[in-house]
Design a binder for this molecule. Structure first.
Ligand SMILES: Cc1cc2nc3c(=O)[nH]c(=O)nc-3n(C[C@H](O)[C@H](O)[C@H](O)COP(=O)(O)OP(=O)(O)OC[C@H]3O[C@@H](n4cnc5c(N)ncnc54)[C@H](O)[C@@H]3O)c2cc1C
Length: 570
């Protein structure tokens, strides 16, 4: 559609307050509004009719926006460095790309603005390895989800990350005839998604809590559950093992671009001069693209809240072989519009998880959780099992997705700038797709830089030993050799002092209570760190040789204690 026609559509819908114009090969929206939902609606409308190379929604939001979290350090640790490849963003996509790049002889540097990897969407998701429902054949989401899903068994074996291919159910009420479900098999065959039709009786043992109204089910055996932050950390550790460097607390702030080429990237830790930049900055991918003078897409952040249940809930709801359970019919369509996954999900660590919802927000880091979101998610999922009750919720969290208005991934070389590759718009199923996206991007990078393969690449990343999972004799032998493995600090998850110390001595630095939690699960159980939190902090203080009041929960400024009682009361 020509720009004039697009402007007529915008005028009709928004009373002439927003306009579209052509800029280089893409379309730009302009105007201003204090209503974020209206800005998003304008973006969707324009994307629907836009036939140019991309859509940038520059309608200015006049409401309040949260400040972006920035690292507290400022030094010149990276000044003058000249990596072959600079990866911006330490989520699952950036870390997967960094690891994949180390299969070649390349000097790789990954920068992450937070104090750890997997601090944004990559630790705040459902952990589902999607079978590929609800995707459009021909889209990048479809292509990378399909390939990524198939890569998970080998990948998680190499990186020693918890992964189970449990399958996923879609449950339907009696009014949907079982014959209709058999007919849908033609569609699933076309989508290349293996599918079986099941009756309620066939799944009774696996789904003891299935709602009485739900009679028939579709079962997708290729769905799985993975530990998303465990995978991201493992990717980063394996990349480091193979020669990559990871610089935490490091934000890309601006770029110098000349003649369509990035010359340098300014960070809070000095100016870097990479040959190639990879944009894997999640909700900030549009900002990185703008710095590189290569912005032809927009990201509109979309929050999703999940609740985690006590493991005791499993026996009444779903014991096994369950990645997700949706109610079918209308609710699946409503549900499917803005989220790919969710429902009632059995996580890789064996907790049930409920969610997520989908709420548009102008804030790229709005990780707050509202009571409405928890209530709405619960009200929706209780349709899958009456045995769910809110008292089983032990914690909740919110993640922010990074969709474009086209609702597809942007995985491609720069449109205007030669030495950038984007992995942008990576919303769900981005976790599933990450291994396949990384494979393509690393291949393009190697081609651009004429890199040869790294014969010394070692794909195996040894996991931290989980003593409680070892057979009795092995565990006793380990404790005899390293008595710290016999001192259980987290009673809910059976995590010992030995594991916490091991987590702090890994290739990727970890020096906060939350960092320990993501690595060994201390604090993930029913008491949520109520008992083990202070002891974990004590171990961190001892390992780092710092006073206890300097131990942080997470990033800078999150110290848990104010100081010693004498100092504070003085
Ligand atoms: C609620 C929810 C549920 C989901 N469920 C699933 C699911 O079940 N299955 C699935 O496949 N997918 C799921 N997803 C999608 C999946 O989580 C994401 O697609 C994936 O994590 C995106 O990874 P990423 O690395 O692109 O982004 P992120 O994890 O957001 O990482 C981007 C990183 O870039 C860093 N960064 C930003 N700007 C800068 C800068 N200037 N300098 C340095 N660093 C910077 C950020 O700090 C951040 O750490 C879900 C997402 C959400 C929110």
């Amino acid at each position: 559609m020509a720009i004039a026609a697009l402007n007529r559509k915008l005028a009709k819908a928004f009373g002439g307050r927003f306009t579209a114009r052509a800029e280089r090969q893409h379309t730009v929206l302009a105007g201003e509004s204090g209503d974020w939902d209206e800005i998003v609606a304008a973006g969707y409308l324009a994307a629907k009719y836009n036939k140019r190379a991309g859509l940038v929604n520059n309608i200015r939001y006049t409401g309040e926006v949260q400040p972006v979290r920035m690292p507290a350090v400022n030094d010149d640790a990276l000044e003058g460095t000249t990596p072959d490849v600079l990866v911006i963003g330490g989520g699952v996509v950036g870390c997967a790309i960094a690891r994949e790049l180390t299969r070649r002889k390349l000097d790789v540097l990954l920068i992450e603005k937070e104090c750890d990897v997997a601090m944004h969407a990559s630790s705040r998701n459902d952990g589902m390895v999607h079978p590929g429902l609800d995707l459009r054949r021909g889209s990048l989401k479809y292509k990378y989800n399909r390939r990524g899903n198939a890569m998970y068994d080998q990948l998680c074996e190499e990186l020693q990350v918890p992964f189970t291919r449990r399958g996923q159910y879609l449950a339907f009420p009696r009014k949907i005839f079982i014959s209709t479900l058999y007919l849908t098999k033609v569609y699933w065959r076309y989508m290349d998604v293996p599918c079986e039709v099941k009756t309620r009786e066939q799944v009774r043992k696996r789904l003891p809590g299935l709602h009485p109204k739900l009679r028939h089910l579709l079962f997708f055996p290729t769905a799985g559950s993975v530990c998303p932050y465990g995978l991201t950390i493992a990717y980063a550790e394996n990349a480091i093992q193979n020669g990559a460097k990871v610089s935490l607390n490091t934000a890309a702030l601006s770029m110098e671009v000349q003649d369509g080429k990035i010359q340098s990237v300014r960070t809070n830790r000095g100016t870097i001069r990479p040959r190639l930049v990879i944009n894997a900055a999640g909700t900030f991918a549009e900002n990185i693209a703008a710095m590189a003078d290569d912005r032809f897409f927009s990201i509109h952040p979309r929050r999703g809240t999940n609740s985690i249940l006590d493991k005791k809930a499993n026996a009444q709801v779903a014991r096994d072989h369950l990645a997700a359970m949706f109610t079918g019919g209308n609710s699946i369509r409503a549900h499917g519009q803005h989220t790919k996954g969710g429902g009632v999900v059995l996580t890789a660590h064996g907790n049930l998880l409920l969610g997520p919802d989908a709420v548009e927000t102008p804030n790229k880091e709005d990780f707050s959780t509202t009571p409405e979101s928890i209530r709405n998610v619960f009200a929706k999922q209780v349709k899958a099992s009456e045995n769910l009750n809110q008292g089983q919720i032990i914690t909740y969290f919110t993640g922010v997705r990074a969709p474009t208005y086209e609702e597809d991934f942007v995985v491609r070389r720069g449109l205007y700038t030669e030495n950038i590759i984007h992995a942008a718009g990576i919303q769900s199923p981005g976790l599933t797709a990450a291994p396949a996206i990384a494979e393509d991007i690393a291949a393009w990078a190697a081609e651009y830089l004429h890199a040869s393969s790294n014969e010394a690449f070692d794909p195996v990343r040894p996991a931290i030993i989980n003593a409680a999972d070892l057979p009795k004799l092995e565990r006793s032998a380990l404790i005899r050799e390293h008595p710290d493995y016999g001192v259980i600090l987290c009673r809910c998850e059976q995590i010992s002092r030995g594991e916490i110390i091991a987590a702090m001595r890994r290739p990727l630095p970890c020096d906060s209570v939350d960092g320990i939690k993501r690595r060994v699960r201390a604090g993930m159980g029913r008491c949520q760190g109520g008992f083990c939190g202070p002891q974990v902090a004590q171990v961190i203080a001892e390992e780092l040789n710092i006073p206890l009041h300097q131990v942080r929960k997470s990033g800078a400024g999150s110290e848990i204690l104010l100081g010693s009682i004498k100092e504070v009361s003085a």
